[in-house]
Design a protein around this ligand. Structure first.
Ligand code: NAG
Ligand code: NAG
Length: 236
């Protein structure tokens, strides 16, 4: 009785473990980390260096708080010009049904032409209600992808319709979106919007920050930099 029981347990274990082993092989296959290129979209191709202030924003294109945080951040970037640069990372939140497919659309746009990325992100922010859970609960995944292809080609130009469609059949764009997800979670980001300035997370993560909030964070940093460069001649 005892012996037979053990035998059954071994069998049971092999049934349990076999799929796990198979799954881990699959994971290794799809694991392309670290990625060949750093995650994120640089705003206005305004790539800074170690002397400029780096803002990293973690957004979900179908998240209302991400949407609300964009206009004041954009205004702040305009104010600071080349002293501040922005990299946007995507975090498709699992409780937003269409977040991953929307993020993938942004990766497709970026692959087609990097200057399409932010206009499309702004289109998502403007019309994100279309892709909310309740609005799309009766739609199949296929028809949502069709909707997003139509939506995106309006933003980037109708001539890109078929390129966009094939983008959704290209495994690379799926993998890039996964890398975005993994990168965001590896930074400890668990909601959107999250902001980091020069690598450090800002308090009140997950809530929009208004223009004055940005000024109060960045003004002292810009001031610290200019007083530093004024001091340089004293040392020379
Ligand atoms: C990308 O788009 C911009 C703006 O529409 C355009 O000026 C540029 O020529 C495009 N680049 C390519 C490689 O198509
Ligand atoms: C989804 O389908 C149900 C049943 O046909 C209908 O009652 C509901 O209004 C539909 N929802 C939407 C958002 O279209």
């Amino acid at each position: 009785m005892q012996r037979q029981h053990r035998f059954t347990l071994t069998q049971l274990l092999s049934f349990i473990l076999l799929p796990v082993v198979k799954l881990s092989i699959l994971t290794v296959e799809s694991q392309n980390l670290p990625p060949a290129r750093y995650d994120g979209f640089v705003y206005e191709n305004r790539q800074g260096d170690l002397n400029s202030i780096l803002v990293e924003a973690f957004f979900d294109p179908v998240c209302p708080d991400s949407r609300d945080s964009w206009p004041p951040l954009k205004e702040a970037l305009k104010h600071y010009g080349s002293r501040v640069w922005l990299v946007v990372h995507l975090l498709p939140l699992p409780y937003h049904d269409n977040a991953f497919v929307s993020c993938r659309a942004l990766h497709i746009a970026n692959t087609l032409n990097s200057s399409f990325t932010f206009p499309l992100l702004e289109e998502f922010f403007k019309h994100q209600e279309k892709f909310y859970n309740a609005k799309t609960s009766n739609l199949s995944k296929t028809s949502i992808v069709e909707e997003i292809v139509k939506f995106a080609t309006v933003a980037v130009g109708n001539s890109y319709s078929s390129a966009f469609e094939s983008g959704f059949n290209d495994r690379q764009t799926d993998l890039k979106t996964r890398v975005s997800f993994k990168y965001s979670t590896s930074r400890g980001v668990f909601g959107t919007p999250f902001f980091f300035v020069n690598g450090f997370v800002l308090p009140d993560a997950g809530s929009p920050l208004d223009y004055n909030g940005w000024r109060s964070i960045i003004d002292p940093l810009v001031g610290a930099k200019s007083s530093q460069s004024i001091n340089v001649p004293h040392f020379i």
